[in-house]
Design a protein around this ligand. Sequence first.
Ligand SMILES: NC(=O)c1ccc[n+]([C@@H]2O[C@H](COP(=O)([O-])OP(=O)(O)OC[C@H]3O[C@@H](n4cnc5c(N)ncnc54)[C@H](O)[C@@H]3O)[C@@H](O)[C@H]2O)c1
Length: 345
Amino acid sequence: MSVPIAVIGAGIIGARHARLAAAEPECRLVALVDPAPAAAELAAELGVPHYAEPEAMLATETPEGAVIAVPNDLHAPVGIMCAERGIHLLMEKPVAESVAVGRSIVEAAERAGVAMMVGHHRRFDPALEAAKRIVADEIGGLIAVSAMWSARKPDPYYEVAWRRQAGGGPVLINMIHDIDALRHICGEIVSVYAETVPSRRGHPVEDTAAVVLRFASGALGTITLSDAAPSPWGWEAGTDDNPGIAASGQNCYRFVGATGSLDFPNLTLWRHQGEIPGGWQLPYVSEQRPLGERDSLAWQMRHFCRVVRGEEQPRVSGRDGLATLAATMAVHHSASSGGPVSPDK
Ligand SMILES: NC(=O)c1ccc[n+]([C@@H]2O[C@H](COP(=O)([O-])OP(=O)(O)OC[C@H]3O[C@@H](n4cnc5c(N)ncnc54)[C@H](O)[C@@H]3O)[C@@H](O)[C@H]2O)c1
């Protein structure tokens, strides 16, 4: 049985979701909701009804699942409205603009007995799972990780008002993906210390951040982020998983352990020839692990269909997405308080 799905919000990411839902055999797109004229055109192209407001769509259609891809501060009103109608949620990240608001959506979904997934689609990337296994089993225990995301967003990206306002900067838009990936591979984050720099374009958001993380295991991590500096180092450039971002094939994370280290996403495992406790004088040997096919956003949509049918549990539940949001908000809290903070539970 194909699952009836509505896509609410048809901007950069919502339009991709709509096309994927229309093409996915396990669901059928029953409505596209967005007041923008481009959304009406996309709905016509895909042959589905178009609505300007979620209320109007809900008065007519009966989707079983909704993909919510509206600006962050509308996640709560739209998500709670859908949950209260018994509609399962695929909520884009971040869950909401704050942990408290995000919790209200998660609790509304729990009260209504609907499933809630959060759109951290990188969890569907096969390199992420491979890295998790290698870091757990093959580098002698994680000691530290260094992550980088730097790209220059084109100026028209910031013509959309919500991206210039608090919460629309690259910490909550981009770094949240890296924090989620690192939580998945390295375990829970217990402390965050951060410095941020205000936007050089003059918007009231940050454009650059440097972050120190401590994981529950005792391992340390750093993340360098900027959306003002062109570079080949970032998840999308390295994995080529976003048609809107140029591919570089370069690595964006480096994991180091007691007996070896791993470049990501190319999955090159580095060790010394010979036994530890030998060290830096020993020649290096490297081995590239096979990389599988990737189509994360499409696989997330298929998984959502199975979650709606009750066949699978959400790979990234509302509570899991909330923990990623809490660690990400800790970046802002640390930058404004000037000291390390624990993510808000
Ligand atoms: N998973 C990812 O990789 C990814 C990528 C980009 C954005 N996002 C997230 O997706 C969400 C949307 O981001 P975007 O970049 O696509 O934003 P966007 O501004 O391009 O699109 C948002 C759309 O929502 C529409 N909208 C506004 N109010 C609405 C309402 N009441 N009902 C229906 N539609 C409404 C707008 O007209 C707009 O078309 C954000 O939460 C963002 O963080 C996730």
